[in-house]
Structure formats: C-alpha cells, structure tokens
Design a protein. Structure first.
Length: 474
C-alpha cells in the first residue's frame, strides 16, 4: 500500500469515527449544535467515500491539490489551516471527558475545514474555469474534449488520416500494463477509440512518433539479474516500429529498430529512454535519461540524445549532458528541441535547442550558474522556473496557423496546469526565446501534438486523464 492509499484510508477512517461520535453525542443530549455537527460529519463521510472510496484517480487528487498549493505559495494558509484543523479535529473525540464543549468546537472546526477542502477539490476538478478563468488565453481557439482515458496517458502524436495515438500506463490489481490507444474521427465528426496494441506489450512508453505509415514507440521495462556480488539491470529499452497491415486499426506487425537501451532502473525508475523523432533524412533520434539525481554516468549512453542513421542499429551520441530528456520535437529544418527534467533543487526544468556534439551541463553545472564557459556547456534555450515540471512540447509551423503561432514552441508544465508559448528569434545559427507567455490552463498537461494543419491535441494526466483538441479558427 503506497503513501497515498494510507493517507486516504486515514482520512476515511477519521470521517467514520467522527460521524459515529458526533451522532452518538447528538442522540445522548440536546442542542442544535450537536445535531449540526453530526449532520456535517455524515456529509463529510458521504463525500469522502464518493470522492475517494472507489476511485484510484480520486485517491491521488487531494495530495496533488495540496502539494501544488504549497509549491505555488498561493494558498499556503489554507493548507496550514487544513492540517491544523484535521489534527485538532482528530484529537477532538478523545477530549470528550476532559474538555467537554471544546470537543464539539474542535470537531466542528475540523469538519468545516475538511468539507471546504473537498469543495475546493471538486471545483478544481469539475470547474477549473472558476480558478483559472477561461482555459484558453487567446481568442479564436476552440476547445473540445475528445474523451476520457481509462488509464494514465504519457505521450501523444498524430498520424495519417487524422488519427491520434496516445500511450498509457496503468497499475491494475498489482499488474503494470502499458500500450497505445488510437483515436479516429468519423465523417460525422464522432471520435472513436481502440486499443491498437496488446495491453501488456509496450510496458512504459515515453515516446511516440509517426513516420512513413508506421508508429515508432520508445518503450522500456525492468528486468534485474542477480549475481553473487550485485544486481544487474538488463538493457530493456527499445524503439519499436508498429504497423497495421490489414487496416483494421490494430497493429499486427512489430519490429524493434533500436535495442539495448538502458531500461527502468533505480533510484529513479521513471527515467529511461523517452522521446523519439525521425528527421527528413530518415535519421532516428531517441532521448535517454539517467536514473540518478546528480552523479557520474554508469552507462555511456545515459543522459544523451542518440542518433541512428537510416538502417543502422549502431548509435552515435548526438549530444550529451542531460538528466532526463523527455519531450522531443523537430521543426521543418530538422532542428531538434527537447525538455529536460533537471536535477532536484535546481533552478527549473529546461527547454533545450539540441545541436550536434554539444554538452548541456548535467551533472556538472545547473541552469543559470555564473561563470560557465559557453564553449564547454550550452545554456538552455528556456528555463521553466523552480516550481515547474516540463513534459511534452511541440514546434509549431506551417498549416493554417495564425501568424503569431508560426515558428514557436508550446511546452507543457505538469504541476502548474499550464501550457506556455515560447516565441523564437534567430540570429545566424543561434536561436533565442524573445518572449514566453501563458497559452492555456488545462489540468496537469503531459503531452502535446500538432496535426500539421490547425489542430493541437493535448493529453492530461491524473486525475483528469483526458484527450483534448484545440483548434485555431480560420
């Protein structure tokens, strides 16, 4: 049982105990306050069971909400009051004999704060516009919810014929499953979805890219071999090419075009091979993370961007100096951009303009360090700030996009519920961000894709778990 489950169990246990004592106390005496407290306790218990009792997604929501509130320093006071109120209220039933009336006031205060917290959570989940205002910050863009996702999405890409592919992972009954779902729109405008791969095939898939009629999935697993002296993590990372040969919407041909990448390892078992992309010449790029916070490399290729020439299975290190390069995108000139989840307690995650042969600093320097030799370590194109966690990104150009959205980058920030727009300026062979602004507020965005015309597809992860389409007007 993880920490979240224990926390929710304690919350529901407290609600049940408080409801029992409050109801018993009301029946044993007179007074409207006793009955008001009993009613409040029963309402909190009902809301707690409804919100969290049977929903794994809901079970993580309270912690996410409180963690984000404290991190952004926006409602620290509410979080502090909630903690004090819950503590005092939990102690309340034990003070009946010693403090009498104080028990009623303590329980009432705790229940009121708890109900207020549940109400705030419901508002943030069901009506985020009441917190953020309109989710889209620019006029002329429509927002459509294509559908909820049963599992937790990781990344998204678009394919031929308007198809949208979403990778997911999930823990069901103690089993880790992962795969790809394809969304397709009928002539009548209705979206349908289908699992396009066996649920257990892909494991954790942190990168998707559509190229030449096939889907390329950057996936990894975990396999540990034990020797007398140590545990050895086998290289389970791979990039798999998936084809649908008979056109029924389900992949039926799978081929690993890249193998022997470091898989999931401890201590940070989410850092493995991530984003994948293929340029116009057929070169395949894949991002490889490091499993540690800030230490020397164990494997030669961790913390790098690898490049595979067409038809080759032997990589060359295109660039190095990353901690966990995650999202990846190319522009029309085959220039490569990534997000990098930098080390803990740093100055923020990075967006990097990746150039061949360059070193981007990790683990030797942090973004913004003074006195760094630009010839030795490249500085990030953009820094997301200390409270951010940058995930997916996409380079926008072409199609029917407005002029203000040509040749810019959209990047998702998971804990800030935000998507930022980065406007770029070129000076010779150098690129720089001349401005950054808020493009949209969506709950916990993790991936963005562009269909090449005028539509963006955004996936949100836990508890929202949805696929959205954002469409620019004509």
């Amino acid at each position: 049982m993880n920490f979240t489950s224990i926390f929710i169990l304690l919350l529901l246990t407290y609600s049940a105990i408080a409801a029992f004592f409050a109801t018993w106390h009301a029946l044993a005496g007179k007074g409207w306050l006793r009955w008001a407290i009993a009613l409040l306790a029963l309402v909190q218990l009902a809301l707690g069971v409804a919100f969290y009792g049977g929903s794994p997604m809901g079970q993580t929501f309270l912690l996410d909400f409180l963690r984000k509130s404290v991190a952004e320093e926006k409602i620290n006071l509410v979080a502090i009051i909630l903690g004090i109120g819950m503590g005092v209220a939990a102690f309340g039933p034990l003070t009946q004999i010693l403090w009498g009336r104080l028990r009623e006031l303590a329980m009432a205060a705790g229940l009121l704060v708890s109900c207020a917290a549940l109400g705030l959570i419901w508002i943030r989940q069901q009506r985020p516009d009441l917190i953020y205002g309109q989710p889209l910050k620019y006029p002329g863009i429509s927002l459509e919810t294509i559908g909820p996702l049963a599992d937790e999405p990781i990344c998204v890409c678009t394919g031929d014929g308007g198809k949208v592919f979403v990778s997911y992972d999930s823990f069901l009954d103690g089993r880790e499953v992962g795969g790809v779902i394809v969304f397709d729109q009928s002539d009548g405008g209705t979206w349908t979805s289908n699992r396009s791969s066996p649920a257990g095939l892909f494991g954790r898939t942190n990168g998707l890219f559509w190229h030449d009629g096939a889907l390329y999935a950057s996936r990894s697993g975990r396999f540990v071999r034990a020797t007398r002296e140590r545990l050895v993590y086998e290289k389970t990372g791979a990039v798999t090419r998936c084809r649908d040969q008979n056109g029924d919407g389900v992949f039926d041909e799978f081929l690993d075009v890249v193998t022997d990448l470091p898989g999931l390892r401890i201590p940070d078992s989410q850092h493995s091979n991530n984003g994948v992309a293929i340029d116009s010449k057929g070169n395949l790029f894949v991002a490889v993370g490091t499993p540690t916070n800030r230490s020397v490399q164990v494997d030669e290729i961790e913390g790098t961007i690898l490049k595979y020439a067409p038809g080759s299975s032997v990589p060359e290190i295109f660039a190095r100096g990353f901690r966990n390069p995650f999202g990846m995108t190319l522009n029309g000139q085959d220039e490569l951009f990534i997000t990098d989840n930098d080390s803990n307690n740093n100055r923020g995650d990075e967006v990097d303009y990746v150039q061949e042969g360059q070193h981007y600093g990790h683990p030797y320097v942090l973004p913004g360090d003074e006195g760094v030799d630009e010839g030795q370590f490249r500085q990030p194109l953009w820094n997301g700030g200390e409270r951010g966690n940058l995930t997916g990104l996409v380079y926008l150009s072409g199609g029917r996009l407005p002029k203000d959205f040509q040749d810019c980058i959209l990047v998702a920030d998971l804990p800030r519920d935000s998507i930022f727009r980065l406007k770029l300026e070129r000076d010779g062979d150098k690129l720089s961000v001349v401005s950054s602004d808020l493009f949209a507020n969506l709950p916990r965005p993790v991936g963005i894709a562009f269909d090449g015309d005028r539509s963006l597809f955004v996936i949100t992860r836990r508890p929202d778990n949805k696929l959205y389409r954002l469409t620019f007007g004509e």
